[in-house]
Design a protein around this ligand. Sequence first.
Ligand SMILES: N[C@@H](CCC(=O)N[C@@H](CS)C(=O)NCC(=O)O)C(=O)O
Length: 313
Amino acid sequence: MNDLILHHYPESPFAEKIRLLLGHKQLAWRSVIIPAVMPKPDLVPLTGGYRRTPVLQIGADVYCDTALIARVIDRLHPQSPIFPDASALSDLALAQFADQHLFAAAVTYAFQPAGLASVLQGMSEQQVQALIEDRKSFRKGGNAARLPLPEAAALLNAVLPRLQAQLADGRPFLEGSAPRVSDFCVYHPLWFIERAGPLAAILDPYPALRGWLGRMKSIGHGSPEPLDSADALRIAREATPAIVAGRSRREIDGFGVGDQVLIAATDYGVDPVAGTLVDADADTLAIRRSDPAAGDLVVHFPRIGFRLTAAGS
Ligand SMILES: N[C@@H](CCC(=O)N[C@@H](CS)C(=O)NCC(=O)O)C(=O)O
């Protein structure tokens, strides 16, 4: 019941961030492959509407967004911590920068015509069209526009030499001898660029960076075992959500435990999730909800990057 169940698909960079973290912790985990486009009929009953990739399920607890998923895995499996100093602002800042800006630049860069064939390898013409249509509606209502190519290239040209410089003293990882959260967050956008055929040459002038990419890749994915999505729903139905602390932030957000609320990402994939607020602190929000297929659940979100509103608003 306490198995870590990752709902993901192989081509997702954010999923790769978490697969690699599971490898870093040398964990066994269950792997549910979900569709890359809507509909996601066995995922949405778990999340209540959130559709982004990946999602972590532990019994009847569902964790959305890799910023939170990474913290949860680090807390439950504290060996080789990637947040050795939980209050360090530098970890949070570099992680957010990479997940948001470096990722956006990598996607625009890799989706140039010269990279498309490699990035979309194995997909039929029909699947490619479905992906394009899906991603248009995915961005609707969010505050993150797609980054134009000149800006994406400018960002990469500013960041890549700095990563090279940071690693040039021979340190194995960005902050020293062991990987921290920033390594995983910087890795997944560059992993995506590496998959973009001839466009991956943008990494060639940076040998220390290439060496670091190889070290990160060799961490591997731990020990995944396939799990059917119907079994993941059954596991949720048969489990009881972990008791959450029940903290309230009424004085800050205007909401308290017991309120009916909606929670939605602000950048893209903004589908709201409705439920009863059960926990809220500076870093996390959690709501309780029920679903006929998945039973009673608690769905958890990071606080940063999510909007909390009253149900019916
Ligand atoms: N901030 C989110 C971003 C996740 C994200 O952008 N995931 C992409 C895949 S890499 C996605 O959801 N794409 C649409 C989909 O899979 O339906 C996180 O850290 O989990």
